[in-house]
Design a protein around this ligand. Sequence first.
Ligand SMILES: NC(=O)c1ccc[n+]([C@@H]2O[C@H](COP(=O)([O-])OP(=O)(O)OC[C@H]3O[C@@H](n4cnc5c(N)ncnc54)[C@H](O)[C@@H]3O)[C@@H](O)[C@H]2O)c1
Length: 289
Amino acid sequence: MNCIVTGGSGFIGYHLCNLLRSSGYRVCSLDLVEPPSAAPGVEYKIWDIRKERDDLYLGADYIFHLAAVTGARGGPESAMDNAQHNVVGTVQVALAALRVGAKIIFISSGAVTPEPRMRGIYGWSKDTGESALHSLSTSGLQYAICRLTNVYGFQHRPKSVIGQFVQCNLRDTAPEIHGTGDQVRDFIHVSDICRGLVSAAGSRSHGPHNLSTGKGTTIKDLYSLCAGVFTLSSPIMRPDAASGMSHSVLRPTEHLPWSATVPLEAGLLQTYREQLAIFQRHPVPLQQV
Ligand SMILES: NC(=O)c1ccc[n+]([C@@H]2O[C@H](COP(=O)([O-])OP(=O)(O)OC[C@H]3O[C@@H](n4cnc5c(N)ncnc54)[C@H](O)[C@@H]3O)[C@@H](O)[C@H]2O)c1
């Protein structure tokens, strides 16, 4: 089986490429940038998915479409990037999938679920990507849609809340909690996500599949959990800072033979140990991973 992973140099892409390779698939990543660390046996091609070029996709059985600009809180300054990378890019990849006869697995987000007026530009771009796939399926596109919640794990974005808490431990600085800290999130380990994406690829159901735990954790509770797993100074509260949706938890899909298995505390400990090992070897580059 041949797989393309768009966005293979990113956080989830790195883990997905590793899982697909270790499951015996041939894997090619298409990304704008080189990976911070290459998954063994993966072919990395520098490519902008907004451009048309079918030969890059030829022979693929599955296209896992992860490439996107991310960050659910994007305002007007990120609107054009969301439109171009997430909407135009998704249409371009979907058309390539249609032409070469591959199945596309579109990585969407829980940010699509609020009603349109409450949805940020990122949620709009993912929702539009989903709609494009539904429309193209009438022309024969094979597809599955997976909506993710808050993904964490080794090499997660340093700006994510767990990323920041880990950084604060490693750099001995005080973490900040934006808003009241009562915002509820559904944190899920990246290994669970990757298993879910592979499961969606093999399923006849289009979804949308919520790859989530269905369990809510407030940011304050997350802080306490982290402080129990690794040392953290008292948080600095920033009640006026933008803090996103008050509640973002999705009921997990019932249409895949899949469920999240990594308990939050165990996942935090594993993530911390992996980030610590990298930090001890390369103290400076950690901020970039
Ligand atoms: N991490 C999360 O918590 C989370 C939650 C919900 C959904 N998602 C979705 O999962 C996917 C992967 O997220 P991530 O956390 O790994 O993000 P990431 O930012 O680490 O990776 C995204 C990758 O896409 C690449 N990319 C962007 N535009 C591109 C283009 N035009 N051509 C080629 N490559 C391009 C970037 O270079 C980057 O390597 C994204 O679609 C994101 O919207 C992530």
